[in-house]
Design a protein around this ligand. Structure first.
Ligand code: BG6
Length: 283
């Protein structure tokens, strides 16, 4: 334990704040191994957290980086977006490196998970921070005797100054499933994705590097391991219907999720899979 690691309550839940040597911080809850804040410099928050987010057992937290596992959305028999985001994970490792600070949390099959999903799994989330960069890695193993499959996402809520002023670059030419239009397949025609209505798209195997163009806050978004990228903004009506979002808050966020949803990951006994999303200050 050094002063790189600070245990604290965050909205009443146990959290660990990692400080990088160059002044960046990331705050991670035991609940869901969910990142709830990334600040490259004090006060410069880059992740969105809803003013009305629930911080209560059993409820998902609307903001930060929820870990979606082992089911994306309602595409299966499990709770929406799986159960990993509403269970406590166990911290297993923390390390203070020369240029960054990192910690790992683990969730394994338990009586509670076996009741709804028979897989013998072990999952780990590793979060690493430096001033200009945040890395989140999900690692899943199959220590059991039977194969299983899963879908997953790092459901990153990015804070934006004004939704209509942002653009996402890097998706041109990529096919997507449009979840606002009965999952019909379309192709991204424009170089830049702008937000003028609800957007809920699963881009199939896009380029692994996107850029969020936001006034004064450009961000490079990279992923590896995850095949797909989900881009989501609920827009006005859906936002107003969410009890855990304040009206108008949809203008301050966009989700860009490193995801594996269209083709599930298959894990044979003894096999493992890893996926990573990295956010870095651009420009
Ligand atoms: C996104 C989905 O990943 O998550 C959307 O593509 C969904 O369809 C959104 O509305 C939020 O889900 P939830 O369960 O956190 O409200």
């Amino acid at each position: 334990m050094t002063d790189r690691f600070e245990s604290l309550p965050y909205r009443g839940l146990p959290a660990l704040r990692l400080h990088s040597p160059d002044g960046g911080t990331v705050t991670v809850l035991r609940y869901g191994a969910q990142v709830v804040s990334w600040q490259p410099a004090p006060g410069d928050e880059r992740l969105f957290m809803s003013e009305r987010a629930y911080f209560a057992p059993g409820k998902p937290i609307r903001g930060g980086i929820p870990v979606v596992f082992p089911q994306f959305g309602p595409r299966g028999p499990l709770p929406r977006h799986g159960f990993a985001r509403t269970l406590d994970w166990t911290e297993t490792e923390r390390r203070a490196m020369d240029t960054f600070t990192t910690a790992t949390w683990r969730l394994s099959a338990s009586d509670a998970t076996r009741k709804i999903w028979p897989a013998e799994f072990a999952a780990e989330v590793t979060v690493s921070v430096e001033r200009s960069r945040l890395d989140v890695e999900l690692h899943v193993e199959n220590p059991g005797a039977a194969p299983f499959e899963f879908t997953t996402a790092l459901h990153t809520y990015l804070a934006v100054p004004e939704l209509e002023a942002i653009r996402i670059a890097g998706l041109e030419g990529t096919e997507f499933e449009d979840q606002t239009r009965g999952n019909i397949r379309s192709r991204q025609q424009t170089e830049l994705l702008a937000f003028e209505e609800e957007v809920d798209r699963i881009y199939a195997a896009p380029k692994p590097q996107l850029v969020l163009h936001a006034p004064r806050r450009p961000l490079l978004i990279e992923q590896s391991g995850f095949r797909d990228t989900v881009v989501w903004n609920p827009w006005e009506e859906k936002c107003a219907a969410f009890a855990d979002m304040a009206p108008g808050e949809f203008r301050r966020m966009v989700c860009v999720e490193a995801a594996q949803t269209l083709v599930p990951v298959q894990l044979a006994p003894g096999a493992e899979w890893s996926g990573r999303q990295s956010l870095s200050l651009a420009g």
